[in-house]
Ligand binder design. Structure first.
Ligand code: C2E
Ligand code: CA
Ligand code: CA
Ligand code: CA
Length: 279
């Protein structure tokens, strides 16, 4: 394989050849990753901008092939999606995330909700609703404490079937968030048609507020549109006090980002959430 150092992957070189070899290596490593127990989830706190309290977290997948350096999800998740490996991996994510969220409720962290990212392939699986319903029954997690994140493109691919699936979940009491909002090509009219409850403003729009006028206008428009439709808005990738001040002044509901906290290991998140937040 074309590895740079011990266990560390070079980013794909522009030469197809290198790309193909590396991709093959990674695919093979990914195939064994579940049985070798190489995945874990980290939890990034989500904060309510009015109360300053942690309202929950987003679960994010981490992978350390052979116990070595991590590979970024932006590199391996697309490969897992293309190979279909995202189905068993996605089931592992859901099971572990739901178990962890159920533990929060048992240990006194009542009311914290957990957001889980879903890939298109997972969302389009006919068995997904039943799978999640069983997990909730087995763990006792109230459905209101689970939120599922989807990108716009997944929903737009087959809008009618997406509405049916989303309606089933809404019926079960599970909320949906549109992830990376603003980066897709869809028209805004779909917001009215889909039973979703949360918009997550993509971090590319947050990064340069308040000084970038275009981004500031975009964020303000999203906030006003979302609120007029009764949706909750989460800003992602908040890194500075200036960004926070802007978001708070314009009634953004929640935020996630390094300013407040990096994604944390499960036990770290539990003790972090047990403290009052200073925001
Ligand atoms: P995403 O769902 O948009 O996740 C947010 C990403 O932003 C995460 O990157 C998170 O660590 C990062 N982030 C959080 N706060 C900040 C900040 O203040 N500044 C900056 N620059 N970044 C911040 P991560 O964990 O590398 O994940 C990247 C993407 O990989 C995710 O984007 C998601 O699309 C995918 N992914 C991660 N975990 C899962 C998973 O469990 N399932 C699926 N299907 N996809 C996942
Ligand atoms: Ca997400
Ligand atoms: Ca996102
Ligand atoms: Ca993203």
């Amino acid at each position: 394989g074309k590895q740079t150092g011990k266990n560390s992957f070079a980013l794909f070189s522009p030469e197809m050849n290198t790309f193909a070899i590396q991709r093959m290596d990674m695919e093979n490593l990914l195939r064994k990753a579940l049985e070798k127990n190489e995945f874990h989830l980290v939890y990034q706190p989500k904060v309510d901008l009015v109360s300053g309290k942690i309202t929950g977290a987003e679960a994010l997948l981490r992978w350390h092939p052979n116990g070595g350096d991590p590979v970024a999800p932006s590199i391996f998740v697309p490969i897992a999606e293309e190979t279909g490996l995202i189905l068993p991996i996605g089931s592992w994510i859901l099971e572990n995330a739901v178990k962890e969220a159920a533990r929060w409720q048992r240990e006194g962290l009542h009311g914290l909700s957990l957001a889980v990212n879903l890939s298109a392939v997972q969302f389009q699986q006919p068995g997904l609703c039943d799978e999640i319903s069983l997990l909730l029954t087995h763990t006792g997690l109230p459905p209101e404490q689970l939120e599922l994140e989807l990108t716009e493109s997944v929903i737009m691919e087959d809008a009618d079937s997406a509405i049916r699936t989303l309606s089933r979940f809404a019926h079960m009491g599970i909320r949906f968030a549109i992830d990376d909002f603003g980066t897709g090509y869809s028209s805004l009219s779909y917001l009215k048609r889909f039973p979703i409850q949360v918009l997550k403003v993509d971090k590319s729009f947050i990064q340069e507020i308040p000084h970038n006028q275009d981004d500031a206008s975009i964020v303000l428009s999203i906030l006003s549109l979302a609120h007029s439709l009764g949706l909750t808005v989460v800003a992602e990738g908040v890194e500075t006090e200036d960004q926070l001040t802007f978001l708070r002044a314009h009634n953004c509901d929640m935020m996630q980002g390094f300013l407040f906290s990096q994604p944390l290991r499960a036990e770290e998140f539990r003790s972090f959430a047990a403290q009052e937040t200073g925001i």
